[in-house]
Design a protein around this ligand. Structure first.
Ligand code: NAG
Ligand code: NAG
Ligand code: NAG
Ligand code: NAG
Length: 376
């Protein structure tokens, strides 16, 4: 008799589990693997936990979605327990990687600026990568912001890191190009806003300079200091629309494919060596790195590894040199890893198309770490 009872309970539990599973199929929830909708009918969904084929007419004929709503509400407040694996959408012209952790208002501002960009009708995907903290928790507000963002001009995926990736993991391992990919990738931290022209600019510079082995990528920022410690901002003479420089700019960086693969392969090994330090003589980042090393926080400066690699291979990064120091990105310099004080300053963004970008020089000028023109 007691045995019968245990079996009954077992059956009840199975029925209950099956019922719950079926119920979840009708909710906006990550266990909704069949994607039925009880509420909202055929709500447009560009949230790629499923893979929407890129060329579908649905994508091209996309309507403008209802007004954005970023606040958590009952409908979207359900955060998945287990997070789905990162989704990779192949065969795109542009892959915009947004890395974020715990600054949902910054994330929202960046995503809104990305929505206004002229993508020239190219196939674009925005990949939002949300990191976890060291206890492997992620920020729910960031997830909700990402989920509620409607990208009008392409697709979006939300990728929650499986465990704490940190600034290294977020920067170095989110773009995994194959040797023959033709896509343009750009990596953006969440405290940036972009110019509506940034993609047009990137297409031009990639087309013009990707074949040059010393060009490791394209910085989008206007503002930079001189990494050698020289006074004043980094700037080329006005007649140069672009210039090459030994240190990458990380306020929006679009890597050149082959050099990025080379950097990734080198970093994978070099980072294992506990006694190796990526120190480059004569530049400020080395001093910052050493200081952080003492404090045990050097893992915040991922760029040191890229700077070292570029130095060892004699690589350069291409910077824009627009009039009035306008940039393809601006950095809001908020609290976070890089700035200890939240100062809301924004330089001007490029607001008109400079015709000189149509006619880029074959040989851009090279500047050294103090902004002096040098022979390469
Ligand atoms: C995000 O930041 C807030 C405020 O500083 C903090 O309370 C929260 O724990 C952080 N979330 C994560 C996932 O670290
Ligand atoms: C750059 O300028 C700083 C400060 O004037 C100087 O100490 C340094 O030697 C210069 N570096 C180069 C490569 O010219
Ligand atoms: C690790 O780095 C140290 C210091 O640069 C170097 O001397 C050593 O040869 C490296 N070890 C390996 C296995 O590469
Ligand atoms: C640069 O700024 C000056 C003064 O604000 C303005 O008159 C000029 O038109 C600007 N140049 C460009 C190319 O935007």
């Amino acid at each position: 008799m007691g045995r019968m009872k245990a079996n009954d309970n077992g059956i009840k539990i199975i029925i209950w589990v099956v019922a719950m599973f079926l119920l979840l199929q009708f909710l906006d929830y990550d266990w909704n693997i069949f994607n039925f909708h009880l509420f909202g009918g055929s709500r447009l969904n560009n949230d790629i936990h499923r893979n929407i084929p890129y060329d579908s007419s649905e994508f091209r004929a996309r309507q403008i979605d209802p007004p954005l709503n970023y606040e958590p509400n009952a409908h979207i407040a359900i955060i998945p327990f287990g997070t789905p694996p990162p989704v990779h959408i192949p065969d795109v012209d542009a892959r915009i990687i947004v890395i974020t952790f715990n600054r949902s208002h910054s994330l929202r501002r960046l995503l809104e600026s990305l929505n206004k960009v002229d993508y020239l009708d190219d196939k674009v995907v925005i990949e939002i990568w949300i990191d976890r903290n060291k206890d492997n928790e992620f920020d729910e507000k960031s997830y909700v912001t990402a989920k509620n963002f409607n990208f009008d001009k392409g697709l979006k995926t939300i990728n929650i890191q499986k465990k704490h990736a940190g600034i290294y993991g977020q920067w170095i391992w989110t773009w995994r190009p194959t040797k023959d990919t033709k896509e343009i990738c750009v990596i953006l931290e969440d405290d940036l806003s972009v110019s509506t022209f940034f993609y047009r600019y990137l297409k031009k510079v990639h087309a013009q300079y990707d074949h040059r082995p010393e060009v490791n990528g394209y910085a989008l920022q206007a503002a930079s200091l001189k990494h050698g410690g020289g006074k004043g901002p980094l700037q080329a003479p006005d007649e140069n629309i672009v210039f090459l420089y030994p240190v990458l700019g990380s306020w929006g960086f679009s890597p050149s494919r082959d050099n990025w693969i080379g950097f990734q392969n080198w970093f994978r090994e070099a980072h294992k060596n506990q006694t190796f330090l990526p120190l480059v003589p004569g530049i400020l980042p080395t001093l910052w790195y050493k200081k952080e090393l003492k404090a045990g926080t050097h893992e915040n400066i991922w760029t040191m590894w890229q700077i070292y690699y570029a130095y060892s291979k004699n690589e350069r990064t291409l910077y824009p040199n627009f009039p009035n120091k306008t940039g393809m990105t601006i950095n809001w310099r908020e609290n976070g890893l890089h700035f200890s004080k939240a100062v809301e300053v924004a330089g001007p963004l490029v607001e008109s198309w400079d015709e000189r970008i149509e006619n880029l020089p074959d040989e851009p000028v090279h500047l050294d770490v103090n902004g002096t023109i040098v022979k390469y």
